[in-house]
Ligand binder design. Structure first.
Ligand SMILES: Cc1cc2nc3c(=O)[nH]c(=O)nc-3n(C[C@H](O)[C@H](O)[C@H](O)COP(=O)(O)OP(=O)(O)OC[C@H]3O[C@@H](n4cnc5c(N)ncnc54)[C@H](O)[C@@H]3O)c2cc1C
Length: 597
């Protein structure tokens, strides 16, 4: 692989951020982009501004010929083939590059969905699981954008519960074909895609992936759905009526389709997270421009504290989202770089992606909920105009909503986060249980924290506290419910919320520290303020989620003593968040956009 990452961090295990302390030098941040990363960012940004933005109206009216042409043009620039090996027509660059492109192309929800489905879930199954013949046959067209890909897992009766699909595959009498029967639902790009990764159960049991060409006999695409948002993308059902698929088009092994389905969804999740952050950057720019010219009560509305606090929250969130997204892909690249030669490169990349499943789900949930916040406040800043189609806030608001539903709903992803960590803890892969015991002993014995000094000292202490609270809450809940905790979804969800916010605040603080080490504390005032604001709010969420977990896991004296421990853990001087927001807002309003320096 052509690794572009300038500063690969040391290899870190997925989910280990909860129990390990990390230093700024161990995390990859946008400030570590090398020249090639910056060049690709610029290429993607220019493509978005010149090709996507001027064509939004046409794409919203479903000019799919144009959409295809834009995917092909993106392919010409190399933007569609970054995850495809060079021998099959791609560029095979690092995952930082993949995230940069998803982030910078995010100027139109419809095109982002099209491009994401094509380059990610429509292409990667063949990259990671295809045979040599399949790769040679299909990947060059997918990488160039001449062929458009789609991924068909969901059905009308099984979306989240995708392994419970009804589509069946049966081997023909001559053993040359599988005959597929069933239907698929909500398939992105279906209206114009050429190639479909379709999941079906062989003999009603063995969940398997197939590569289906649009012109295979027995294959049909249904009518376009009328959607709330991402109207510039195509979403249709597929109908498989004795669809004849050559046996050579089985992807991976019969009965192992779940590995394909879930592996590529992880990539979809980190790209979606990066795209949500990119989209938020565009939204804040638009909101600032509007707020600087709209007048009320003799002032521009950008002067009002209640408008400024929204812009400040957006900016601090973008800083945090960038930190989380690039930290995650940086870890992936570092892990790939350190793997041995014993297995094929693609098998290794697959394993690395699985290793960071928790971080991918965190990015997906956090990114999609953050962009929902941003577009909601963008509508609010636009006031009545925010509710009107001619202004950008209305479409952004509608387009963002799908992000919480596809690539695994946020409920499913929350269950993945806690479930994956618990599974690793039980198997000993992640020493979570000893860490929980250590924290329980420490808090019960009333040991005091060591004093932290230096830049962002209090925020670093808050991050350490969030980790302790998370382990303590998980300890209380696992003691109470043992294995049955898997059935306590609200508790699983609350623990996931603690994990998500801990990763977010730590990423923001580490990024600000890294910037301060590079540029000096004085020159880093704005990033430090953004990290501080994010960390202060995150700890409140962590505390709130922990309270819920503890109250649902203990009663009477036990409850009272555990709540006393939580209160002790949560002792900190409140920050002047009003002042922090004012400072951040001043900077972004003056700059006219989100800025770091
Ligand atoms: C515009 C659009 C594009 C899409 N593109 C594609 C595509 O390209 N390919 C594809 O295969 N699919 C695609 N989908 C389908 C999408 O992935 C599913 O809609 C999604 O996975 C949710 O499945 P569902 O709609 O069946 O909801 P359900 O699974 O019925 O879920 C309904 C609600 O119940 C909750 N829920 C379900 N199970 C649980 C559980 N175990 N615990 C707690 N809560 C639960 C969910 O979180 C959700 O809130 C797309 C959907 C849309 C709307």
């Amino acid at each position: 692989m052509a690794t572009l990452t300038a500063i690969p961090s040391t290899k870190v295990s997925g989910g280990s951020f909860l129990i390990e302390e990390h230093t700024p030098n161990e995390v990859f941040t946008p400030e570590d982009f090398n020249e090639q990363h910056l060049l690709i960012a610029q290429t993607a940004e220019e493509f978005a501004n010149k090709e996507i933005v001027p064509n939004i109206d046409k794409m919203e009216h479903k000019d799919f010929g144009l959409t295809r042409e834009l995917v092909r043009k993106a392919g010409e620039l190399g933007l569609s083939g970054v995850d495809v090996p060079e021998q099959y027509g791609g560029l095979h660059l690092d995952k930082v590059t993949s995230a940069i492109i998803a982030d910078r192309l995010a100027k139109h929800g419809g095109f982002s969905a099209t491009w994401g489905a094509h380059t990610c879930i429509g292409t990667l199954p063949i990259v990671y699981f295809g045979t040599e013949t399949q790769k040679k046959k299909y990947l060059p067209g997918l990488a160039s954008g001449e062929t458009i890909g789609a991924y068909a897992l969901s059905e009308s009766s099984s979306g989240s519960d995708a392994l419970n699909c009804r589509t069946r595959a049966a081997l023909s009498a001559d053993g040359k074909f599988y005959l597929l029967n069933g239907e698929k639902m909500w398939i992105t790009n279906a209206g114009f895609a050429d190639l479909f990764i379709v999941f079906a159960k062989v003999d009603g049991e063995k969940f398997t992936a197939f590569i289906i060409e649009r012109n295979f006999p027995g294959f049909a695409v249904g009518a376009e759905e009328h959607k709330m948002g991402i109207r510039g993308s195509s979403t249709c059902p597929l109908i498989l009526n004795d669809c004849k698929v050559p046996v050579e088009n089985v992807l991976g092994e019969v009965g192992k389709g779940h590995q394909i389905a879930f592996n590529v969804l992880n990539v979809g999740r980190f790209k979606l997270g990066a795209a949500c952050v990119g989209s938020a950057r565009n939204c804040i720019e638009s909101a600032i421009a509007y707020a600087r010219q709209r007048k009320a009560f003799g002032k521009v509305i950008a002067d009002f504290g209640l408008v400024r606090e929204k812009l400040a929250n957006m900016a601090a969130g973008i800083f945090t989202g960038e930190a989380m997204a690039y930290r995650t892909v940086g870890m992936m690249d570092a892990a790939v770089a350190q793997l041995g030669e014993s297995q094929s490169e693609m098998v290794q990349v697959r394993k690395v992606i699985d290793e960071y499943a928790v971080e991918c789900s965190i990015l997906k949930v956090w990114g999609s909920e953050f962009i929902n916040y941003v577009v909601d406040e963008m509508v609010q800043i636009y006031g009545g105009y925010g509710f009107v189609e001619e202004y950008p806030a209305e479409r952004s608001y509608r387009d963002s909503r799908i992000n919480r539903i596809f690539e695994g709903t946020n409920e499913i992803n929350r269950l993945v986060i806690t479930g994956f960590l618990l599974k690793r803890a039980m198997s000993g892969q992640l020493p979570l249980m000893p860490a929980i015991k250590r924290i329980m002993d420490e808090v019960l014995s009333g040991t005091r924290d060591e004093e932290t000094e230096g830049i962002l000292a209090e925020e670093r202490r808050l991050v350490a506290t969030a980790k302790k609270i998370g382990l303590f809450a998980a300890g209380v809940a696992t003691q109470r419910y043992m294995q049955a905790i898997q059935d306590q979804q609200e508790i699983m969800g609350a623990i996931a919320n603690i994990v998500i916010e801990t990763y977010a605040m730590e990423s923001a603080v580490l990024r600000a520290l890294k910037l301060a080490a590079q540029n000096g504390e004085a020159a880093t005032a704005h990033p430090i303020t953004m990290a501080r604001l994010y960390a202060a709010g995150a700890l409140e969420k962590v505390e709130c989620a922990a309270r819920m977990v503890i109250a649902a896991s203990a009663e009477g004296d036990m409850l009272r003593s555990q709540m006393a421990i939580l209160r002790r853990l949560c002792k900190y001087e409140p920050f002047n968040t009003v002042g922090l927001r004012q400072a951040i807002a001043q900077k972004v309003i003056e700059s006219g956009k989100y800025v770091v320096a």
